[in-house]
Design a protein around this ligand. Structure first.
Ligand code: OAD
Length: 232
């Protein structure tokens, strides 16, 4: 079977990464416009760097690990009977750490830096600031987090669209279905005659669009669902 999986913050919640719209929401203490827009970066690069430096340091502090949902998706990718296209809205690296061989990060990656001068994208695990040097062109004061901010175009939309149109099954895991274009993938799938399944802790804005919606923790639901597909 050809399967497209879209993951959101809910899949990393049990790993200790707060979701965006939960009670302990990531944006608490910060207005989104202050830290996640190109305008914010222009106006106050130090504040935006500080925010992403904090998130990067937290991701790497040794307390955050992939959970059974990430591991199950890596097992699914290994299965000979199924073809998996994994796209995530998450900027953490938990799918990769869980063993997923290929992940399309449509909202970018926290552990990468992008140079606004030469366009190079490089791995970046340390603090980033105005004095950071681009490893490709050697310029300073030109690096930004390789994350998609509000008002910017997500990454890989054409590739995602064609993967969905070829799929037999589209599955959304731990995403609130509030942020477009990802929130529209389920409708795209339905228009293409693709079966759709939602795995989420609770009902979402888009639940009624899916053929089937299962409620529960990703760490439990995802391994069960992968087990159904692979017979493990
Ligand atoms: P949200 O925070 O909007 O939604 C998280 C979803 O995960 C909710 O529907 C929860 O019910 C669900 N959830 C929470 N814990 C869960 C668990 N243990 N198991 C299963 N589900 C659980 O996060 P996203 O939908 O990922 O964009 O947000 C989408 C985008 O909004 C983000 O990528 C980000 C943000 O603005 C950018 O930064 C561009």
């Amino acid at each position: 079977m050809n399967i497209v999986v879209l993951t959101g913050a809910g899949i990393s919640a049990e790993s200790g990464v707060p979701t965006f719209r939960g009670a302990d929401g990531l944006w608490e203490g910060y207005r989104v416009e202050e830290v996640a827009t190109p305008e914010a970066f222009e106006a106050d690069p130090l504040l935006v760097h500080t925010f992403y430096n904090m998130r990067r340091a937290k991701l790497l502090d040794g307390t955050i690990h992939p959970n059974p949902a990430h591991l199950a998706l890596a097992r699914l990718a290994e299965s000979k009977e199924h073809e998996l296209f994994l796209v995530t809205q998450n900027i953490d690296d938990l799918h990769e750490r869980g063993g997923s061989p290929e992940v399309l990060h449509m909202h970018g990656e926290l552990l990468k830096a992008r140079c606004v001068d030469c366009g190079a994208v490089n791995p970046w695990r340390e603090e980033m600031g105005r004095s950071s040097v681009c490893r490709a062109c050697g310029h300073i004061d030109c690096l930004r987090p390789h994350v998609v901010w509000f008002g910017e175009m997500p990454i890989g939309l054409d590739e995602i669209g064609s993967a969905i149109s070829r799929a037999d099954l589209f599955v959304a895991i731990g995403t609130s279905g509030l942020v477009y274009p990802a929130a529209g993938f389920v409708s795209l799938a339905r228009q293409a005659g693709v079966r759709t399944l939602e795995l989420n802790l609770e009902a979402t804005a888009g639940s009624n669009v899916f053929h089937e919606s299962r409620r529960g923790r990703a760490g439990e639901l995802v391994p069960l669902w992968v087990g159904e597909l692979t017979g493990d």
